[in-house]
Design a protein around this ligand. Structure first.
Ligand code: NAP
Length: 322
């Protein structure tokens, strides 16, 4: 089969379309013919050697796929064959991928493979940020950085559905329009004034109860300054570089809380199932939108990475597998 591999870490040019052996579904697994593979910011960090760097090379990238079940391994219900599914699945920048049966989410016809490929990594992250970690409730104010990104647009929708007032930050006016379209109440452009000051002005001087920060180095200071007393800053990424070490003394004045979220932490299985099934249902019934902002062919993975790490994308980046 064909897959996107890299043999050394580096720029997008290290990604190559190659002929590789087909994966085989082991016990408890299915093999999926991939129709769309999700591209995530972390894939660009893996490729650069900044994340998950102990995995041996050459390596096929990818962590989620939507497609059709082609075959099943030992112990798996054969009725999965032929069904449209999406799953968290490693090495998904490929024509075929394997995934555990218990990870599968069946897709109704009305959900496209492109939309589904944007649901799990970013959707589960957004869901746990809003519900499990952020515990967003009605009338709270939430500030979401990189609000027009894949996680950002989903987090906006989930926080709004929980009854919050949502503020976002983005780098361009086009991204601001998209964030507003998906429900953000206020969107600020970096570089147009002090973000924390603007947040305070928009919240009657109070600040927000929750900040979701995936940008790190360049947003950290304003994230802390934008919080209301007893506010909570959740760090879940470092697109601009790692944030500085937490200065606990500096948290006292407003009794602040700083925490982190990682999708690869071992989650209680029932909680993960609830999150996955809720996301699937919300998408299928039209209450949640996945915006595939950039859809390219598998062979164009390097260009997808270039645009994603160059801040040129809004919404989800997807590789279509012909
Ligand atoms: N903790 C977890 O388990 C977990 C899971 C999934 C994703 N993440 C993290 O969540 C973030 C969003 O992931 P995503 O896949 O949805 O990506 P994304 O938000 O679609 O793309 C990244 C966005 O980050 C913003 N950004 C700010 N400073 C940047 C910089 N210096 N370089 C590049 N981008 C910068 C850009 O938006 P603007 O142009 O608007 O600034 C860019 O579009 C990433 O940091 C990712 O690592 C974490």
């Amino acid at each position: 089969m064909k897959a996107i591999r890299y043999h050394q870490v580096g720029g997008p040019e290290v990604l190559r379309l190659e002929e590789v052996p087909e994966p085989v579904a082991g016990p408890g697994e299915v093999r999926i013919r991939v129709r769309a593979a999700g591209v995530n910011f972390a894939d660009t960090e893996r490729r650069r050697g900044l994340y998950d760097s102990k995995v041996p090379l050459p390596r096929i990238l990818g962590s989620e796929a939507a497609g059709v079940v082609e075959s099943v391994g030992a112990g798996v219900d054969a009725s999965w064959v032929g069904r449209r599914v999406v799953a968290l699945a490693k090495q998904s920048y490929a024509e075929l991928v394997t995934a555990p049966e218990q990870e599968l989410l069946a897709l109704p016809e009305r959900v496209s493979f492109e939309e589904a490929a944007g649901l799990l990594v970013q959707g589960l992250t957004a869901w746990h940020l809003v519900h499990t970690v952020g515990r967003v409730t009605e009338r709270q104010s939430v500030l979401i950085h990189a609000a027009a990104g894949g996680v950002g647009l989903l987090a906006i929708q989930l926080a709004k559905a929980a009854g919050a007032r949502v503020l976002g930050t983005v780098s361009t006016e086009a991204k601001a329009r998209l964030a507003r379209e998906l429900g953000a109440d206020e969107v600020l452009l970096y570089g147009e004034g002090d973000v924390a000051e603007q947040v305070r002005a928009l919240t009657g001087g109070q600040g927000v109860e929750l900040v979701l920060d995936s940008v790190g180095a360049s947003t950290w200071k304003s994230s802390l300054e934008a919080l209301a007393p007893f506010g909570h800053l959740v760090s879940y990424g470092s697109a601009s570089g790692a944030p500085p070490p937490v200065d606990v003394e500096a948290l006292y004045e407003k009794s602040l809380k700083v925490s982190a979220y990682w999708l690869h932490t071992r989650h209680p299985p029932a909680l993960q199932r609830q999150a996955r099934e809720t996301l699937g249902r919300e998408l299928a019934e039209g209450r949640l939108q996945v915006r595939a902002g950039l859809v390219l062919d598998l062979a164009e993975a390097a260009e997808a990475h270039r645009q994603l790490e160059g801040r040129g994308t809004a919404g989800k980046v997807v590789l279509r597998v012909p």
